[in-house]
Ligand binder design. Structure first.
Ligand code: S3P
Length: 170
């Protein structure tokens, strides 16, 4: 039986990881956790604050620990921060803990989703298109890819549930 494995949703900022993850959790009646929200809850600090005062490398250190902690849990739907699974060892840990799905979106769709989003993203303030290009290969290394452009979250969540059902039925 492998149906208590985690379902891990990753991908670039603005691909819909958090909203889709919540819906997947609802559909499968599982607990949902968003790694950034959990980091904020545990540290009592916002992500921009951690970036500004301790630097990105410290954020990545906290994120690495969070990754290992969550990978050791069972039965969660986890939405990762956009950079978490770029790290090869984080990726390996999550791949071993469950079904990992990478959400993809075009730059136009990303802009549409993030332009009115009040969440502060330090890396979205810089040259995010270049960042997306640089990360393309690492995201592509994730075995399950779901294209989100032009789709509503419920549709994407449905695709993920179908993928999940295929993996537990084999
Ligand atoms: C980051 C994405 C953010 C957050 C941090 C760094 C990244 O999460 O973890 O700002 O490196 O792509 P979202 O993808 O949820 O915006």
């Amino acid at each position: 039986m492998n149906n208590d494995r985690n379902i891990v949703i990753t991908g670039f900022m603005g691909t819909g990881k958090t909203s889709v993850g919540r819906l997947v959790a609802e559909k499968l009646q599982r607990s949902f956790i968003d790694t950034d929200e959990e980091i904020v809850r545990r540290t009592g600090r916002t992500i921009p604050d951690i970036f500004a005062h301790e630097g990105e490398s410290n954020f990545r250190h906290i994120e690495r620990r969070m990754c290992r902690f969550l990978a050791a849990q069972r039965g969660y739907v986890i939405a990762t921060g956009g950079g978490m699974l770029l790290d090869e060892s984080n990726r390996a840990v999550m791949l071993a803990s469950g079904l990992v799905i990478c959400l993809n979106a075009s730059p136009e769709a990303i802009i549409q989703r993030l332009k009115d989003d009040p969440t502060e993203r330090p890396l979205f303030k810089g040259d995010w298109r270049l960042l997306l290009e640089k990360r393309r290969e690492a995201y592509a290394a994730i075995p399950n890819q779901v294209d989100t452009s032009g789709k509503i979250p419920d549709e994407i969540a449905g695709e993920i549930v179908a993928l999940w059902q295929q993996t537990v039925s084999v």
